[in-house]
Design a protein around this ligand. Structure first.
Ligand SMILES: Cc1cc2nc3c(=O)[nH]c(=O)nc-3n(C[C@H](O)[C@H](O)[C@H](O)COP(=O)(O)OP(=O)(O)OC[C@H]3O[C@@H](n4cnc5c(N)ncnc54)[C@H](O)[C@@H]3O)c2cc1C
Length: 262
């Protein structure tokens, strides 16, 4: 009988290997809000970590609850632990890399009940983890006259970077949905930037407020839309913009950051 938790790597096609893991340890842990933790991870292995522009990504691997840390191995198709199980490996936005100190900052949503979210909640300085990446970030379109940035709490680190990267005089309209008002975080301030925070409707699927907002927005040919959040919600936004509003695909960058299990 097949063991659903174990993958037989020999039966799978090989893929281009992602950047190797760099082992790090937790340097500090700070509560940015009741919904967000900031971790600084450091170590010599981070030396030379490339920068990848705004809203880039890194993979973070941590030990499963109650287990020791092990760097997973690339099998040709995916990373696996030595016993064949999948590691606790998720994607995060590299908030800041201090090349002199070899320290990388990540902001992690405290959603509860996730391998990384729970690890970050309980982590101690000195605990081990590993980082792979970065994956490429966004290229700002110099022809744009306006950017619309949409997202939930997981998108706040990327939105912060997008705001900093989009040059004036490009206008920026930002809409962020949070589970509660105390999850709102400071964003950069600049001329031509509007930021609207939306409280999530606890009776509706995640990012419903953001979906509602999109229907009210003017999206002309000089507007670019960047959105990230719960996968089904941002997929619906993508579909709406393409089919109902005839927005060209290359004027959008829309990414599912996490998934409600179906
Ligand atoms: C390019 C990219 C950049 C990202 N950047 C960030 C970032 O900077 N900060 C950040 O916190 N996240 C970020 N994410 C999202 C993050 O990878 C996911 O939220 C991830 O699932 C969290 O892992 P976990 O182990 O805590 O939860 P998992 O073990 O993956 O999930 C456990 C359960 O929690 C639910 N869940 C997962 N995330 C959330 C959430 N945010 N709110 C409510 N329920 C949730 C899942 O549906 C599942 O039911 C990013 C994702 C991508 C693809």
């Amino acid at each position: 009988m097949a063991d659903c938790g174990v993958t037989d790597a020999r039966s799978l096609p090989t893929r281009t290997p992602p950047p190797p893991f760099r082992t790090v340890e937790v340097v500090s842990r700070e509560e940015l809000s009741p919904r967000m933790l900031r971790l600084v991870l450091g170590g010599k292995a981070l030396h030379g970590l490339p920068s990848a522009g705004p809203a880039a990504s890194v993979r973070l691997v941590v030990p499963w609850a109650g287990e020791g840390f092990e760097v997973p191995t690339w099998t040709g198709n995916e990373f696996l632990l030595s016993d064949g199980r999948r590691p606790a490996l998720r994607t995060f936005t590299p908030v800041e890399f201090d090349a002199d100190a070899n320290q990388l900052t990540l902001d992690i949503v405290r959603h509860g009940g996730g391998a990384i979210s729970d690890w970050a909640e309980a982590v101690d300085v000195g605990d081990a983890a590993a980082i792979s990446g970065p994956g490429r970030g966004e290229v700002i379109d110099p022809d744009a006259r306006r950017y619309i940035l949409l997202g939930d709490e997981t998108a706040i680190p990327a939105i912060r970077q997008m705001i900093k990267a989009i040059p004036a005089p490009i206008q920026i309209d930002t809409h962020v949905e949070t589970v509660s008002p105390d999850a709102r975080l400071e964003l950069p301030v600049r001329a031509g930037l509007s930021v609207t925070w939306h409280d999530a409707d606890p009776t509706a699927p995640p990012c419903s407020r953001i979906r509602d907002v999109v229907a009210t927005l003017d999206v002309d040919a000089s507007t670019r839309v960047w959105a990230a959040g719960e996968a089904a919600a941002v997929q619906a936004i993508r579909k709406y913009l393409f089919t109902e509003r005839s927005v060209p695909r290359h004027h959008t960058s829309i990414r599912g950051y996490w998934k409600v299990p179906r």
